[in-house]
Design a protein around this ligand. Structure first.
Ligand SMILES: C[S@@+](CC[C@H](N)C(=O)[O-])C[C@H]1O[C@@H](n2cnc3c(N)ncnc32)[C@H](O)[C@@H]1O
Length: 260
């Protein structure tokens, strides 16, 4: 029997058998994570920026990196995307995603893959979602560089947990060695390192403030074109490195060192 024909009771049993869910998805009346600590997540988040993405994705290819149980991948397919691929490093979440997409009747390709392995896909996608993954990475800037160099064709939808100051400020392009004041300014790009756990979660590594998230996106070669919600940035891929000034092209640890 295909998943689209399962009874509500059978869906409930499969949802339970697939373990704890992070995504609360409504599978024909069965909620997969009704007690989520963030409420009806990620629906509550999606509602805040859904308007900022094209309502019609016909002909477009979409990659959802860190897709979890596939909530956003399913939404992209519902908007008519020609092809949707979801990748996650955790097989348990991918099993949930396969089931959710089947019940929803939205054909999506799911693959077990880390963001660092994405060059192996050998493909660029029109739209790439990179939501809620950055702070789970030990090497966040490397991931953004990989997305820029190998994966994003046009648009990157980026979301991150942010902590610290929500301010942004114009930071001088350079400053003298003895000039230390700027580091204490609230809008200076900062990323907090989590040595052990944050919110009981040992997979949290780095949490940027807003200025840092924006600066990292620019540095990796993305132009922020929309900021529809505090944590969400819609970006356009620029050709070339950084913000296009070429200043870093000769740097010893520049983006050119990203593995092919
Ligand atoms: C907080 S959840 C976000 C899920 C979804 N993108 C969202 O915004 O609702 C983080 C997801 O990233 C996945 N993840 C963590 N490290 C990853 C990596 N190195 N490569 C790919 N996925 C990763 C986790 O397994 C998890 O599904």
């Amino acid at each position: 029997m295909s998943a689209t024909e399962l009874t509500k009771e059978a869906i409930r049993d499969r949802v339970r058998a697939l373990g704890d869910w992070f995504h609360n998805i409504n599978l024909r009346g069965v909620q997969t994570a009704p007690a989520h600590f963030l409420g009806d997540y990620p629906s509550v988040k999606w509602r805040t920026f859904a308007h900022a993405l094209p309502a019609d994705l016909a002909g477009k290819s979409v990659l959802d990196v860190g897709c979890n149980a596939g909530f956003y991948a399913i939404e992209m397919k519902k908007r008519g995307a020609a092809r949707v691929v979801g990748v996650d490093s955790d097989e348990r979440y991918l099993a949930q995603a396969r089931f959710a997409a089947e019940v929803a009747g939205t054909p999506i390709e799911f693959r077990k893959m880390s963001v660092y392995e994405l060059p192996a896909l050998g493909e660029r996608f029109d739209l790439v979602l990179f939501m809620g993954v950055l702070y789970h990475l030990r090497h966040p800037l490397l991931a953004l560089d990989i997305l820029h160099e190998h994966v994003v064709g046009e648009t990157l939808v980026f979301q991150s947990m942010l902590r610290g100051s929500p301010e942004t400020r114009q930071v001088a392009r350079d400053c003298e060695f003895w000039e230390e004041e700027q580091f204490a300014a609230p809008g200076y790009p900062l990323m907090y390192f989590v040595e052990h756990k944050y919110a009981h979660d040992p997979t949290n590594w780095w949490i940027p403030n807003r200025a840092c998230a924006e600066a990292m996106l620019r540095s990796a070669g993305f132009e922020i074109v929309n900021h529809p919600e505090a944590e969400v940035f819609i970006c356009r891929r620029r050709d070339g490195d950084g913000d296009g000034d070429g200043e870093r092209s000769g740097a010893s640890d520049g983006r050119a060192s990203v593995a092919k």
